[in-house]
Write a protein that binds this ligand. Structure first.
Ligand code: NAD
Length: 261
């Protein structure tokens, strides 16, 4: 398979790579010959995930970090920039969801949502711009959400953080494009991951699938292949895009409610 850029060298950093979409994305990139730096909070789980990829012949480095702690995220950015002077792509995937409406959202819930789902991406991008420029083909892919553009009730902090991540993507596409760095985002619909299972009881999963015009929730591989495309030279003129990988969910969210009323 085509390497993302045969001349540039360097690594691809994937956050939240110990499981779920991040792990499958790391595997997809590794299968395409890319060298990886996998970031996640739980060092033991992260090391085990990297071992699985190494067993498949993939070069995978690990950096454990709690991206909910600003000082640690800044230290991670410094460490990555020092260790890896050429970074071909940064995939800001780490995130978490909690279903809380406005009355039950405590200050600390709001702050943690912003820190992990939005601020960590900002801190890492800011710290890694020199290494992304140095690679000669830098790409950033942020994992947003369908609710970053079309909010759902009962998850106000998550929707707001993901909306911010979409706008960070567009603002940085404008600012970093002249440096040769492309900045894009994916807006997934519901994807079958551990997060999906934890957040949605089995009784609701069929209805959630049916809400997608394709009649099912997505697979992690379907997000990973879109991320790999956006990281690659095949997407060399794609910048500032928020790419839906949602089975058409974003097209369908509002209208059925209106028709029913
Ligand atoms: P997951 O819970 O299965 O995996 C999340 C990953 O992020 C893990 O590796 C975890 O270690 C890491 N992470 C979480 N908090 C962290 C922290 N404080 N510091 C460092 N790492 C941390 O989640 P997933 O379903 O694979 O979701 C991945 C991304 O996709 C998230 O940004 C999520 O918001 C987004 N997303 C998921 C869905 C879905 O339905 N699964 C839909 C839309 C968007």
């Amino acid at each position: 398979m085509e390497k993302l850029d045969k001349d540039a060298g360097g690594v691809i950093v994937v956050t939240g790579a110990s499981r779920g979409i991040g792990f499958v994305t790391a595997r997809e990139l590794g299968k395409q010959g890319e060298k990886l730096v996998m970031v996640a909070r739980d060092e033991r789980r992260l090391t085990a995930a990297a071992e699985r990829l190494r067993a498949e012949g993939i070069e995978a480095h690990v950096q454990a970090c709690d991206l909910g702690e600003r000082e640690r995220t800044n230290a991670l950015a410094d460490s990555l920039r020092t260790q890896f002077p050429r970074i071909k792509a940064l995939v800001n995937n780490a995130g978490f969801v909690d279903y809380q409406s406005i009355p039950s959202t405590k200050d600390e819930d709001w702050d943690r949502n912003m820190e992990i789902n939005l601020n960590a991406a900002f801190v890492l991008i800011r710290g890694l711009v020199p290494s992304l420029v140095e690679s000669g083909c830098g790409a950033i892919v942020n994992i947003g959400s369908v609710v970053g553009a079309t909010p759902a009730a009962g998850m106000v902090a998550y929707c707001t953080a993901k909306g911010g991540l979409h706008q960070l993507t567009r603002a940085l596409a404008v600012e970093l494009g002249p440096l040769g760095i492309r900045v894009n985002a994916i807006a997934p619909g519901f994807i079958h991951t551990d997060m999906f299972e934890q957040a949605n009881p089995p009784s609701q999963r069929e209805a959630i699938g049916k809400a997608h015009p394709l009649g099912r929730v997505g697979r992690m591989e379907e997000v990973a292949s879109a991320v790999a495309f956006l990281c690659s030279e095949r997407a060399s003129f794609v910048n500032g895009a928020i790419v839906p990988v949602d089975g058409g969910l974003a097209c369908a969210l509002a209208v059925p409610d209106l028709l029913a009323s």
